[in-house]
Design a protein around this ligand. Structure first.
Ligand SMILES: O=c1ccn([C@@H]2O[C@H](COP(=O)(O)OP(=O)(O)O[C@H]3O[C@H](CO)[C@H](O)[C@H](O)[C@H]3O)[C@@H](O)[C@H]2O)c(=O)[nH]1
Length: 152
């Protein structure tokens, strides 16, 4: 068996034609929670404000679903050259290479909504980590893939 693993970092976004959007009634992840708080006009809880990051909040690599879709197409097209009998398995990180903190995510959200969101600082979620982000050199080398869309 030959396996090509695509390791998404934090997928966000929707179809740029806006034919899809948030599908979950009770989202648990940051962007879904931001949308939920905005719609309900409640405060968004920033879970963890003392991490060793530039503003103390968790840092993640938010990568657009449209870019992830393009990576899948490239993976199918190049599968036989990446995964050979000699090299049967490969793993590729898919991220933007840019870390975004929760406060930066909130600021980006507020740039595109009419009513700015209020935030409240809260304790860290159990087991949560400061986070990280990934370079996409390997994805570029193997898949010819680079992310095209930013958080903005
Ligand atoms: O209401 C919230 C929700 C999240 N965050 C913060 O936002 C950042 C991102 O949190 P997410 O839950 O959106 O993403 P995680 O990377 O922490 O985890 C999610 O993405 C992972 C893969 O990247 C796994 O799939 C995991 O199960 C899933 O919860 C974290 O710093 C978190 O503390 C808040 O401040 N408030």
């Amino acid at each position: 068996m030959r396996v090509l693993s695509l390791r998404y970092f934090n997928p966000v976004g929707s179809d740029p034609g806006l034919r899809t959007g948030l599908q979950l009634k009770r989202p648990s992840r940051a962007l879904g929670k931001l949308i939920q708080a905005h719609q309900a006009r409640t405060a968004f809880s920033v879970t963890g404000v003392n991490y060793p990051t530039r503003d103390g909040t968790g840092i993640r690599d938010y990568v657009h679903v449209w870019d992830l879709a393009a990576a899948h197409i490239a993976a199918i097209e190049r599968f036989d050259t990446i995964c050979t009998q000699a090299q049967r398995a490969a793993a590729v990180n898919l991220g933007t290479g840019n870390g975004t903190t929760v406060r930066e995510l909130c600021a980006a959200f507020n740039n595109v909504v009419s009513t700015p969101l209020k935030t409240v600082d809260a304790g860290p979620r159990p087991g949560d980590v400061a986070g990280g982000y990934t370079p996409s050199d390997r994805a570029e080398e193997l898949l010819g893939w680079t992310p095209k869309l930013s958080l903005e």
